[in-house]
Design a protein around this ligand. Sequence first.
Ligand code: SF4
Ligand code: SF4
Length: 316
Amino acid sequence: MNTTIKKGLIYDIQPFSIQDGPGIRTTVFLKGCPLRCPWCHSPESQEFHPQLCWISMRCTGCHTCISKCPNQAITVPFTKNSTESSPSLCQISINRGKCVNCGTCTQTCLPQALFLSGSEYTADQVLEIVQKDLPFYRTSGGGVTISGGEALSQPEFTLELLKALKTLNIHTAIDTTGFAGTEIIYQILPLTDLFLYDLKHMDSKIHKTITGVPNEQILNNARLIAASGGKLQIRIPLITGFNTDIYNLRAAAEFCRQIRQSITAIQLLPYHDLGNAKYPRLGRETNIFTTAPVTDECIRQCKEIFSSVKVPVTVH
Ligand code: SF4
Ligand code: SF4
């Protein structure tokens, strides 16, 4: 197969995934997302460019990286115990205003405290990686899931990758917010065996206020996929105070009933804050989004409401 010149910006390729569609899968995470959900547990997925990450726990304070930065973006933090001639021996400080995410410093950091999130791959390069697990896909009914970020925000690459996967007859899934142009949906539909499809809120104004985008396009694309014979696994993040009220849940269930023939399952995803620790790695404030945990009673109520769709309802 000829190598396509179209490249995708990818921040992770995760083998042996069992949460992103049927069977054992490899999940390819594309970088960049047009939404800004405040509960996002993958902040490294949001921006459409590579980003320098620093995990302080790994940093030994060797300071090798400091002289390597062409922009003098890395310095020794000046603490109350340090002086001009005797700087603190503690770790480093990164001036994000000076950093251009070139990645030069990461090459000298032995403990990999510094690393770049986001690398370019061609579809053939991804295919070479994922096809190593072909036997697992075959025996488990698995395949490859293209996730994000938003997989459909890099439509040309996603299309190329889907085509490449289909040359090996690999089961394909797209994990998406659904926020994409209709023409993109039309292009990828014939190559996509399953859509893992988010429904965050049924009220467009609330959806826009919280995530940054309205939901009409998202709902229309879901209808389009259903009307075209595509398969959808609906994913509903349960966020207390945002979408767990009975009116929204009933509206979501009613929407699902309307496209029921295309839905293979509904997944309820109660919010967790495990991603909050990732924010400081990117130089961002610790995510201050907090919400009350989803209660057992809420989950019971959700399951009851969505049971009316008459498809399997699972909680993850
Ligand atoms: S980030 Fe890496 S190279 Fe820089 S001081 Fe820490 S361990 Fe050393
Ligand atoms: S990524 Fe480049 S600009 Fe940023 S701190 Fe490292 S070397 Fe400097």
